[in-house]
Design a protein around this ligand. Structure first.
Ligand code: FES
Length: 171
């Protein structure tokens, strides 16, 4: 006998798509409820990095443990360790600053996706439209950390000496 408040009166076909959708939403709600989606470590990409300390525009990062490039997209910083040297680069392409550079781990180069410019791992221009290498930030080592002054943008063409010195040797 059909229930009095049931609109299908016992004749509705099972709506499988709606059932699966509601099940998926319930699962997502469970994940969010557990705090996993809000956890920055959960959302962080493998090659990303975040400062361990911020004081205005001075940012502190853990010293990279191995060669490669780590990207802090929020602050526009790339921290690269190449052959026992650490550099801090601006993520912005020196050709047009709105374009963000990317790291190519296989060739160990940086690339601009807009006009396909390529840079060495130390920021030197290999080929492309920019008229200089990647912009560096002044940096220093503090124990097992790298302290980067993102207010001190060093351009290779206009501040060549400071640009060349913006490197930390690590053993
Ligand atoms: S914007 Fe990067 S090469 Fe043109």
């Amino acid at each position: 006998m059909p229930l009095p408040n049931n609109p299908c009166a016992g004749q509705c076909p099972l709506d499988r798509a709606r059932f699966l959708r509601s099940t998926a939403l319930a699962a997502l709600a469970g994940i969010a409820g557990a705090g996993l989606l809000a956890d920055p470590a959960f959302a962080q990409a493998l090659d990303s990095i975040a400062p361990t300390k911020s004081q205005g525009r001075v940012l502190t990062y853990a010293l990279p443990a191995k060669d490669g490039a780590l990207i802090d997209g929020d602050n526009g910083v790339i921290v690269a360790r190449i052959k026992n040297a650490v550099y801090a680069f601006s993520i912005s392409c020196p050709h047009r600053s709105l374009t963000r550079l990317e790291w190519l781990p296989d060739s160990r180069e940086f690339r601009c996706p807009k006009h396909d410019a390529h840079f060495q791992s130390d920021g030197e221009l290999i080929e492309g439209r920019p008229d200089r290498g990647m912009d560096r930030f002044a940096l220093r080592r503090a124990g097992q950390s790298i302290v980067i002054d993102t207010a001190a943008v060093l351009q290779q063409d206009t501040n060549h000496d400071a640009w060349s010195r913006a490197v930390v040797a690590v053993g």
